[in-house]
Every structure is written in structure tokens, then in C-alpha cells.
Design a protein around this ligand. Structure first.
Ligand code: NAD
Length: 274
């Protein structure tokens, strides 16, 4: 039996993922504020601890996959701090909490949902990204409240992508047989981008969001990529951030990535010395 946990499973990308994994025969468990198997609030440390405990309880401590979809969008009704708490710390603490259970599986995988806003939204507050990566939740939440939800959103998602790349290559993750990767979706048609709570200004901006493919993505298209990342066909992927955005990132950032590596002598010693 393969146990896979999906957060944010009551709506949008998470719901499509839970559905797809179950249809493929996995024993998938949903976590969300309401409307799925485990009820938990990933905005708080206690809520994350309760969620981890409930998952361990229902899987006998053996987890093969974790997919972190839970997130808040950049609505002015959300405080920037709450958004940082859910989008960054809610994902990272949940993944860290379940890491020993993933390691017990021998071969396991974890997927975090970042965002293409990380590379297409100008003016991301670097100090907020740094506070997240430093693990300082109270400082990051305070900074998130100061900058507001719209800049806090891509900052939380950039920090998450960097955390994935930094962690994935370590002994704790790939060294323990756990492949950790991220997906950076572009504009996907879910309640986050088309719900009644969406600010009129943001809704208008999203209508002009450039997508070379010519349409928004569907949740099931991201779910398909998540299923790929949670299977053996993705066995070589570790620390990747996969953009699934209909071409937006390629359109706006054509020569920014891949970029030329200029290693310092310390880099060479650290990574290439036998
Ligand atoms: N829709 C897009 O265009 C888009 C683009 C890039 C990235 N994303 C990311 O994809 C993920 C899924 O988004 P979606 O579009 O499916 O949105 P959605 O609003 O449909 O689903 C998000 C889910 O997260 C849950 N959630 C929110 N706060 C929570 C909390 N404190 N504790 C537990 N669960 C909580 C919600 O209840 C909801 O079910 C999010 O992380 C989002 O940032 C979405």
C-alpha cells in the first residue's frame, strides 16, 4: 500500500491531485481546513504538529509521498503574515515533520507547490524571502504584514522554491531516499484565481497575464505533473522546480535561465574535491 498525503486537498489543485492519485490506486489522504480526511490549520505551529500527528496515526508512521498544495492567494483580505505562515512555514514544517516517516519508506517523494509569480512578479521583497529561509517565522510574519499580501505571495513562493533546492540535495532528503521537488504553476483556473473573493484589480491584472499557450491551466494538468513526480518515471529529479505555466516564464525571462555558473574557488573545493 502506498500512502500519499496531499494538503489543500479540499479545493483546486489539491482536490484534483487527491482525486487523480486515488483513481490510480494510491491510498491518498487529504489535509485541509475542512472538507477532507484530516482537518488541520497549517497557519499555526500547533496546527501543523496536529496535522503531522494525525497523518502518522492514520498511516502507522509510514508515508511514501507528501504533496503540499495548501496555500493562500494574494487577496487583500488576507494579511501578508498569514499568507507567509501558510504558504511557506505551513509547507516546510509539514514536510520536515513527515520527513522521518518518508525516510522509513526507503524510496519516497515530496512535492511543494511554488508559483511562476516567483519569476514574473517584479519587486519581490528580498528581506522577506531571507527571513523565511532563516526559519524566523515571527520576523517573516511581521514583514509579510508590513509589505501586504500581493508582494508577500511571490516572496513566500520564492522562499519555498529555494528551500526545496537547498534541502533536496542534503543527506536528510536525497541521502535518505526522498526525492524533493517543486512545481511552479502559472495561472491555473481554481477558486484562487477566479473565486468570488478575488479583488477586482487583481482579477483584471490576471486577465492580462501573458500566457503564450493562450489559456489558463487546469488543476488536472498540475495534478498530472504531481503524479509524474510521485512515480518512478521521475527517478532522476531532485531539487527541480518545474514551471508549468503555458510558456509565461519562457516568454518573460528568455535568457535568465539557464544561466552561466561562475564558481568561487570555495565552490570548486566544496563540490568537486574528491
Ligand atoms: N491557481 C493558481 O493559479 C496557482 C498558481 C501558482 C501556484 N498556486 C499554488 O497552488 C496551490 C493550490 O492552489 P489552488 O489554486 O488550488 O487554490 P485553492 O484556493 O483552490 O486551494 C487551496 C487550498 O488550501 C487550503 N488552505 C488554505 N489555508 C489553509 C490552512 N491554513 N491550513 C490548511 N489548508 C489551507 C484551502 O482551504 C484550499 O482548500 C497553492 O499553494 C497556490 O499558491 C496556484
Amino acid at each position: 500500500m502506498v500512502n500519499i498525503v496531499v494538503t489543500g486537498a479540499a479545493s483546486g489543485i489539491g482536490a484534483a491531485t487527491l482525486d487523480r492519485l486515488r483513481t490510480s490506486g494510491h491510498d491518498a489522504i487529504g489535509v485541509d481546513l475542512a472538507g477532507t480526511d484530516i482537518t488541520a490549520d497549517l497557519a499555526s505551529i500547533e496546527g501543523r504538529q496536529d496535522a503531522v500527528a494525525a497523518v502518522l496515526d492514520s498511516t502507522s508512521g509510514l508515508v511514501h509521498g507528501v504533496v503540499c498544495c495548501a496555500g493562500l492567494g494574494p487577496l487583500s483580505s488576507h494579511s501578508g503574515g498569514k499568507l507567509v505562515a501558510v504558504n511557506y512555514f505551513g509547507a516546510v514544517n509539514f514536510l520536515d515533520g513527515l520527513r522521518p516517516a518518508l525516510a522509513r519508506a526507503g524510496q519516497a517523494y515530496a512535492v511543494a507547490i511554488s508559483s511562476s509569480s516567483t519569476s514574473t512578479q517584479p519587486g519581490i521583497p528580498e528581506k522577506l524571502v531571507a527571513a523565511c529561509l532563516a526559519g524566523d517565522e515571527s520576523a517573516a510574519v511581521a514583514l509579510g504584514d508590513t509589505v501586504g499580501a500581493i508582494p508577500a505571495y511571490p516572496a513566500s513562493k520564492l522562499a519555498l522554491a529555494h528551500w526545496v533546492r537547498r534541502s533536496a540535495v542534503t543527506a536528510d532528503w536525497i541521502g535518505a531516499g526522498i526525492r524533493l521537488n517543486a512545481i511552479a504553476p502559472g495561472m491555473i483556473d481554481t477558486p484562487m484565481t477566479s473565486g468570488p473573493d478575488l479583488d477586482p484589480g487583481l482579477a483584471k491584472a490576471l486577465d492580462f497575464y501573458p500566457v503564450p499557450l493562450g489559456r489558463r491551466g487546469r488543476p488536472d494538468e498540475i495534478a498530472a505533473l504531481i503524479e509524474f513526480l510521485t512515480g518512478d518515471t521521475a527517478s532522476l529529479l531532485c531539487g527541480s522546480v518545474l514551471f508549468a505555466d503555458g510558456g509565461t516564464d519562457a516568454l518573460l525571462r528568455q535568457t535568465d535561465w539557464p544561466s552561466i555558473w561562475e564558481p568561487t574557488p570555495e565552490d570548486l573545493t566544496r563540490h568537486f574535491a574528491g
